[in-house]
Ligand binder design. Sequence first.
Ligand SMILES: [Zn+2]
Length: 343
Amino acid sequence: MEFQEKLLFNNNFETKSNVDEAVHQLLLHQLENWELAKKNYTGLNSILERSFKYDGFEIKVQFNPERIRSSAAKVDQKSISERKCFLCSAHLPIEQKGLLYNNRFLILVNPFPIFSRHLTIPALQHRPQQIESDFISMLDLAESLNDYAIFYNGPKCGASAPDHFHFQAGNKGFLPIESEFKRIQSNKTNHTLKSKNGQICFINDYLRKLITIESADKVYISETFNSIYNTLKGFFPQEDEPLLNILAYKENEKFIIQIFPRQKHRPDQFYAEGEKQLLISPASVDFGGVFITPRKEDFDKITANDITDIFNQVSLDTNRFAELEQNMQSLKDFNNYNKKSII
Ligand SMILES: [Zn+2]
């Protein structure tokens, strides 16, 4: 099936067009015409949630059995090559409709939601999950979808389709990191790099390691992201892409980008057996402050210490994080770029 047959509207939505309204129409349409979506979005109303308080921030835990597909997804090459890609237009469920975005992406309703409004945004082409050349698309989406936070899961960082490039988006106001951000930034930042165009913060006292970029200038953000990406790539030359998760949203005319550099795909608890097992495969939503447990037993038994331990295992280690910080401070290109911008 050609992607044109999946479109709810015939037009292409561009960065500056009113995409929020069209997405609203898409959600209404899918909830009315797609039984699976209707069932799973209605099911969110009765979902169980717990909350753990830490020093100035919180982590929520959501029991969401439908997410087992994602948490336990087999993402090794053999398993991937043996299944039909579920993000290619040709294999989308018959009821699924979407919006064409910038002639390169389809905006779809995610039928297995975590958020009360949850989107999957695959590229039209079947190509690998690699952010480097498409980071700018993430900024475009954050600009177009005012009501949403956009997120990216690396191929070894929670993406259940590592073979097909995609973003996801969830309605704003759900992830604790959004409301905590200002406070965390002023209380927990151990280094800030400021320039006329924006600022970068390095935060290592938030259970997980976090680098934030704040700016209204897409060029500044892309340059900064590239520098961070290249330094991380140097740490993990054997990987196709350094392990990371990214959140991006717009607030008061500024983009807020939150990058979580990682060193591990899944924690030891994921592979443990019996009592010790916790089926948790952290991705952007977990790093944003909502741990997803697809099994009730894990939801019941997880502790604040387990969460600390899991973040410790999967986040970039402290020494490398410090090295990244130093690198960014001393990067000639980066400094030059900032100087140019100030002039
Ligand atoms: Zn595909």
